[in-house]
Write a protein that binds this ligand. Structure first.
Ligand code: BGC
Length: 765
């Protein structure tokens, strides 16, 4: 039966509570019970109510709370995002329960990417830990804090593999590698969703941005992606699949086009791959305004066309544009979209609401009103110890000449730099509801660590940038960067004078968080020139200089590498960043992080990644030859390779032992090494397994990460690390797009970074 819906009918029906009350639980959280429930619910809904469920609204200036109240009353909204307190969320859910006809609960979402109230390091930093327990810690606590604020869903994890340091959004992902990103994405999903997204302290994840957003041309945000099917399936798609296989309830569709087709209009991607091949049962959500953008992409002639294309291509829910609500009724009326197609999309929305437990209790993540925190930002709601623990594991030591580090907690230390005492930048972009004022700066962290034992001097030394255009860009929507009233020369002179009074200089330089964000692409990936000038001036004092980098992308660090005595990559390390960095600087924690991306020497080398093909003319730096694949005007290879990171102790890796020199069809070979801590400090490192298919039907990469293990070793201690290698690790997509493992020889390479390895080989029969 078709409902002809009108406002007066809605008002009449709102007075019939029985119809709605029967919706609510207890409902068993099984797919069968859910399907029966949703099928039944769909029969009760009018077309307008169904279309309302497809709308995801961001609360903000365009949609103030009052306007949303009206929409909620008329069943015109399915979910809300950017509302992050229990009070606000409760008020909206109350409106549904009190005013709407069917009382279908809203779900509430937010970009909880690296913490909700407590900022953990940015994902690129977390990836540097190569520690899945640390990742799970981030996931669990982020979900806990988000659910404690009443949220049901997060727009995370972002698993866009990227070889593009120019792209600002690499900060939100886990780096350049498919395997590492897959492991981290899967762990985030499992830890955030817990046993069930309906649990009090779990949230449902929405994996993003499907697909291949990280491969945008030139690293320019929102740009085109074009790649071979082999590369897409081999390198870019597996992390999404891993996260979905881990049970993610949602997928966010990318803004970019892929091989000419905008993702939101790509039924091959959203239906053939996602639904048919991967058997994804959850919900697809457009990215912000993406449906409108189909017109600009040139695949839809007008708004109605855009809506028709998106819905038919498999975009279930529309984020932040009114297009579905506005145009679907007309499209259904004239038969361009069938009610069945609407039902299919709505079913996914209702399914995830069911899985979130909202039909058992629409207030399940809210609790009773009197349990609401008096102070949303209360200190007691933070998880500082866990954030500090993850942050120290995320720090990567890139250089340590003559054991400059760790520093002694005595004498005089000059702390200098625009990022040394900055609470806003250290928490990184996409820091959800984290409050900058609660962040520990490096200055505070060093004061805490030295507490009266050493003298800490401070000078700002430089602004983030002296380029007015860049500063204006960063301050476009908020006062994000404060510019010191003193002239650049005064700042510099003050810093040099401060350095001269000290035994050692710690210089905190890099990017403001807004420089590594959405729509923050750069053509130049060096530290801004005024900060480099500061570094050169401090180096000229002759004092040892420890450079502490804060940034959200691989930077070209040639100058920093040459002019520093020690170099520490700390990313944007979160609420407890200052304490964590101080732990490393003073040796209370021995650095163990490893780079999740190659660091180029210059922007001209991009793309540069460790798992490249060999080419027919590989460059050999020991025997340089003109007619080989290289640049003649620069050193070749990255400045720091993928997987690289030093320690205050020294580890060695034994030759590789294989359990057999042959792997039978579908069998296993175990590869083992013994790692020894030869120094006199305890420490952790990450043992990395790489494989190479020596001869195959298509060219295969020189190495690919297939396993890793973080090990903690006491001074002098050894441990044997064994990696089981099975046929899945040998598989690739061949020229006919079949996923195969081909017989032949495979190199096994095990090391503590991707460049220096112990090698062996086996034959796959
Ligand atoms: C971003 C998404 C994000 C969404 C909601 C978009 O601009 O591309 O990653 O989840 O906004 O904030």
């Amino acid at each position: 039966m078709k409902w002809i819906y009108s406002v007066s009918l809605a008002v009449t029906l709102a007075m019939q509570p029985a119809l709605a009350d029967e919706l609510f639980g207890p409902h068993p959280l099984t797919p069968e019970a859910r399907d029966a429930f949703v099928t039944d619910l769909l029969t009760k809904m009018t077309l307008d109510e169904k279309i309302g469920q497809l709308r995801l609204i961001s609360v903000g200036p365009d949609n103030p709370k009052e306007a949303i109240r009206d929409m909620i009353q008329h069943g015109q909204v399915g979910a809300i995002f950017n509302t992050v307190t229990r009070q606000d969320i409760r008020a909206m859910q109350d409106q549904v329960m009190q005013l709407s006809r069917l009382k279908i609960p809203l779900f509430f979402a937010y970009d909880v990417v690296h913490g909700q109230r407590t900022a953990f390091p940015i994902p690129l930093g977390v990836a540097s830990s190569w520690d899945l327990d640390a990742v799970a810690q981030v996931g669990r606590i982020s979900a806990y804090e988000a659910a404690d604020d009443g949220l049901n869903m997060t727009w995370a994890p972002m698993v866009d593999v990227t070889r593009e340091p120019r792209w600002g959004r690499g900060s939100e992902g886990f780096g350049e590698d498919t395997y590492l990103t897959s492991e981290m994405g899967r762990t985030m999903v499992k830890s955030m969703q817990g046993k069930s997204a309906a649990d009090r302290y779990s949230v449902m994840t929405s994996v993003k941005h499907f697909a291949a957003y990280g491969a945008i041309e030139g690293g320019r945000d929102y740009n085109t992606v074009d790649m071979s099917p082999q590369r897409l399936f081999q390198d870019y798609l597996p992390p999404y699949k891993a996260a979905l296989d881990a049970g993610s309830g949602g997928v966010m569709v990318a803004l970019n086009s892929l091989n000419g087709m905008p993702a939101s209009a790509d039924s091959w991607l959203l239906k053939d791959v996602l639904r048919d091949d991967w058997q994804f049962k959850g919900i697809t959500i457009s990215d912000h305004g993406a449906i409108k953008e189909l017109i600009k992409h040139g695949v839809a002639s007008d708004p109605q066309d855009a809506v028709r294309v998106a819905l038919k291509s498999g975009v279930n829910m529309s984020m932040s544009d009114e297009y579905y609500s506005k145009y679907l009724p007309g499209l259904v009326k004239r038969g361009a979209v069938s009610e069945q197609e609407i039902d299919d999309a709505v079913r996914h929305v209702l399914n995830v609401k069911y899985d979130m437990g909202l039909f058992n209790d629409p207030y399940s993540h809210l609790g009773p009103k009197d349990s609401d925190p008096v102070d949303t930002n209360a200190e007691s709601r933070l998880h500082r110890a866990e954030a500090r623990d993850v942050a120290r594991k995320s720090i990567v030591l890139l250089k340590n000449r003559l054991e400059t580090l760790p520093l002694k907690k005595s004498g005089t230390i000059a702390l200098i730099g625009p990022l040394a005492d900055n609470q806003r930048d250290i928490i990184g972009s996409w820091s959800a509801a984290a409050v900058a004022k609660q962040a520990v700066t490096l200055r505070q962290g060093m004061l805490n660590a030295t507490a009266g034992k050493a003298t800490l001097l401070y000078a700002k030394g430089a602004n983030i940038s002296d380029d007015k255009g860049i500063v204006d860009f960063l301050n476009l929507y908020e006062q994000a960067v404060d510019t010191d009233a003193r002239s650049p020369q005064q700042l510099l002179d003050d810093a040099v004078a401060t350095a001269k009074k000290a035994d050692v200089v710690v210089l905190a330089i890099g990017e403001a968080r807004g420089m590594a964000h959405e729509a923050s692409s750069r053509t130049d990936i060096t530290t801004p020139p005024n900060q480099l000038k500061l570094l050169a001036a401090l180096k000229a004092t002759g004092k040892p200089v420890v450079v502490v980098l804060m940034n959200g992308r691989p930077l070209a660090l040639v100058k920093e590498y040459q002019q520093s005595d020690a170099l520490l990559e700390t990313w944007f390390s979160g609420t407890e960043g200052g304490n964590a960095i101080a732990d490393v600087l003073f040796g209370d924690y021995n650095p163990s992080g490893k780079l999740p991306s190659s660091f180029p020497r210059s922007v001209g080398q991009i793309p540069i990644y460790y798992n490249h093909l060999n080419t027919g003319r590989p460059y050999n730096f020991e025997k340089p030859n003109k007619y080989t694949s290289h640049y003649y005007d620069a050193a070749n290879g990255p400045l720091f390779p993928f997987g690289y990171g030093l320690s205050y102790t020294r580890f060695t890796v034994s030759p590789v032992k294989l359990s057999s020199s042959v792997m039978p069809r579908n069998g296993t070979v175990n590869a083992s090494v013994t790692v020894t801590n030869r120094g006199d400090r305890d420490g952790a490192t990450v043992v990395q397994l790489y494989l190479r298919d020596q001869v195959a039907s298509i060219s295969r990469p020189v190495k690919e990460l297939k396993g890793f293990k973080r090990v903690m070793l006491k001074a002098g201690e050894s441990q044997t690390v064994t990696f089981p290698i099975d046929v899945d690790a040998l598989k690739f997509w061949n020229a006919r797009m079949q996923q195969v493992a081909e017989p032949g020889k495979f190199s096994v390479m095990i090391g503590l970074d991707s460049a220096t390895t112990q090698d062996a080989e086996f034959t796959y029969l």
